[in-house]
Design a protein around this ligand. Structure first.
Ligand SMILES: [Zn+2]
Length: 224
């Protein structure tokens, strides 16, 4: 793949994308929990550690190499940087959102996956599995998340006793996937509280997956 943009231009776009997505993450997760990253080639921009969300500007977003070396920025990167970098090294995603949103985290505490009770679950590639518990901020947590998503074929997973992580093509896509999982987790748990949720049949769910594959604008054909 060739990229005619300069490194500085790419890094600037990544930092702006993070700062732009931060309010949506802030709305989903309590306090200063959660983090957001975006990748372009071997560069990763990620929310800084311990900075209130409302104070994050493009210039305060650290940029790292895929190996975790600091490239730009004075602030320390998120404590969950090892998880983000580990996912980028293994899965084909361009952005990652991590939140402790209450409904997905309720499933995390129950150790229960999100079953296919609504077609929006297909937005993340399938029923949302639960990665086994590992301490926050560790490489082991990254490995648990990667192997759980790889074996389920999803771009999101619930982190046991912790929260939710969702990947996407870009920042907006990752956030939308996180929102889809969180809102469906809420509906599922509310439905469970008063009755027995009805799951889509495998054929219905596969139909929804196929619709997501063809959803949106037609792919632009860049080939001559
Ligand atoms: Zn977390």
């Amino acid at each position: 793949m060739t990229d005619s943009k300069s490194d500085e231009a790419r890094e600037g776009e990544l930092r702006t994308a993070i700062a732009t997505g931060v309010p949506e993450i802030a709305a989903m997760t309590p306090g200063r929990t959660g983090n957001l990253s975006a990748r372009s080639g071997d560069r990763v921009a990620i929310t800084p550690s311990g900075v209130p969300y409302e104070e994050i500007q493009p210039g305060s977003v650290p940029v790292l190499s895929l190996d975790g070396e600091s490239v730009i920025g004075d602030l320390a990167p998120s404590s969950e940087t090892p998880m983000h970098l580990g996912i980028y090294r293994s899965l084909d995603v361009g952005a990652i959102a991590h939140v402790h949103s209450p409904w997905a985290t309720t499933l995390a505490v129950l150790g229960e996956e999100l079953p296919p009770v609504h077609y929006m679950v297909a937005a993340a590639g399938g029923p949302i599995p639960v990665a086994p518990y590992e301490p926050f901020g560790t490489v082991e947590l990254a490995e648990a998340a990667v192997s759980t998503m790889e074996s389920a074929g999803t771009t999101a997973c619930i982190l046991a006793n912790h929260g939710l992580v969702a990947g996407g093509e870009d920042v907006q896509d990752a956030i939308e996937t996180a929102v889809a999982v969180e809102s469906t987790a809420q509906v599922y748990l509310q439905a469970k509280a008063v009755g027995d949720p009805v799951e889509l049949t495998p054929a219905q769910f596969e139909g929804a997956m196929a619709q997501f594959d063809s959803y949106g604008q037609p792919e632009r054909n860049d080939a001559d």
